[in-house]
Design a protein around this ligand. Structure first.
Ligand code: SAM
Length: 374
């Protein structure tokens, strides 16, 4: 069997650069592990966390029909579709993290997620919905792996075996499903009395069902400025569990709100949050990269708490990407409310990309600004 041409895979529409790849050694090891079995049937294989589609496409290229795949990121889904088209590969199906992804699956290949809560939700889903003799093979870069991941897998599987590391990656093989609780562990819900707000979260959502400290500062600004505004078109850009959108909806019954996030776990969480707060009929939640499917100049107000990770330049770019999106989505004169870690000093960038920007609040850690679209 000729080797799959991993190098032809692209990350687009995600950032592309010479040192950024659309696959890694873990993808290859997961594929090699799967193809080593002569009894492999495509419809019995599910892939979870396949960032740009490398695993799904390599298996499909090897002749497996009907592989099922779940990807969290909206851009990863587009990349998989584009890669499949350019390689002329078809026959796999894409799913949310639900029963349709896993029913009857006997082999599940997983790129280990960052958050243990996400791993817990995935392990439960596999134990709950896949075939009773399912084997879950989870892989990651050794430097990102911890023994706690094995413990989390051990709650859903009786056998958890770490394999020898190769090419700086390692596979963990889990089998022997344990009985699952009646209800899945996610979404989890928490009520925050000070804002009269309930948050629901799936395992992969930012801040779980807590209110993040930056979000809290922005919520306080919103609470202080509640007035009888005219009907507004509002976007919660990068909505996470939907705290900002739900709070705005509760306090502005006439507003029309869209909450959008690139993460499927966030989108599923935000939908549950809207239901929990009784505002699901007034808040539309979409799975999208930086609101790409929303029309230009369609918002009077955008609420934004951009991703923040010190020290990784790619994440500063992630914030810039959302500022640029806000500039496109706001009508002239529309407003962007942004909260960010005060050390980041985004004010100059916001002024350049959006328009006049003023500081609304500053705490020891966080700054909230209001930018007016020129
Ligand atoms: C700091 S969290 C804020 C979540 C929520 N707004 C809050 O305040 O609790 C940032 C969110 O932005 C999302 N995000 C990052 N880049 C994005 C992009 N290009 N398009 C849409 N959402 C994005 C992340 O998935 C994450 O949920």
């Amino acid at each position: 069997m000729p080797d799959f041409s991993y190098d032809r895979l692209r990350r687009s529409p995600d950032v592309e650069a010479e040192n950024l790849f659309a696959y890694d050694a873990t993808d290859r090891m997961l594929v090699e592990h799967a193809l080593a079995s002569s009894e492999l049937v495509g419809t019995e294989v599910a892939v979870i966390g396949d960032e740009y589609g490398a695993i799904t496409l390599a298996l499909t290229d090897a002749g497996l029909e009907g592989v099922r795949v779940h990807q969290d990121s909206a851009t990863g889904r587009i990349a998989l579709a584009r890669n499949a088209e350019s390689l002329g590969l078809a026959g796999f199906t894409s799913h949310e993290l639900d029963r349709s992804l896993l029913e009857g699956a006997r082999l599940v290949l997983l790129q280990l997620p960052k958050a243990l809560s996400e791993l817990e939700e995935i392990a439960d889903a596999v134990a709950r919905w896949a075939a009773p003799d399912v084997v879950l093979v989870a892989g990651g870069r050794v430097k990102h792996m911890t023994i706690t991941q094995n413990e989390v897998l051990g709650r859903s599987f009786s056998e958890v075996q770490a394999q020898r590391a190769e090419r700086k990656s390692r596979l963990i093989v889990a089998s022997g499903v344990r009985p699952v609780p009646d209800e899945p562990p996610y979404p989890q819900r928490a009520t925050h009395a000070e804002f009269a707000l309930t948050l629901a979260s799936h395992g992969g959502a930012f801040a779980a069902s807590r209110i993040d400290i930056g979000t809290r500062v922005l919520l306080e600004v919103l609470a202080d400025s509640v007035d009888a505004d005219a009907t507004q078109r509002v976007i919660d850009l990068g909505c996470g569990t939907g705290a900002l959108a739900a709070f705005y909806a509760l306090n502005h019954p006439d507003a029309r709100i869209t909450a959008t996030d690139r993460s499927a776990a966030a989108v599923a969480s935000a939908r549950e949050t809207m239901i929990a707060n009784g505002v699901a009929d007034r808040v539309t939640v979409t799975h999208d990269d930086a609101g790409a499917d929303l029309p230009d100049a369609s918002a009077d107000l955008i609420l934004l708490n951009p991703p923040f990770h010190l020290g990784a330049s790619i994440h500063t770019r992630a914030a810039t990407r959302l500022f640029e999106a806000a500039a496109r989505l706001l009508r002239p004169g529309g407003e962007l409310l942004t909260v960010y870690n005060s050390s980041l000093e985004y004010k100059a960038e916001l002024s350049r990309l959006i328009g006049r920007t003023e500081q609304v609040r500053r705490t020891a850690k966080f700054t909230v600004t209001r930018s007016f679209k020129r």
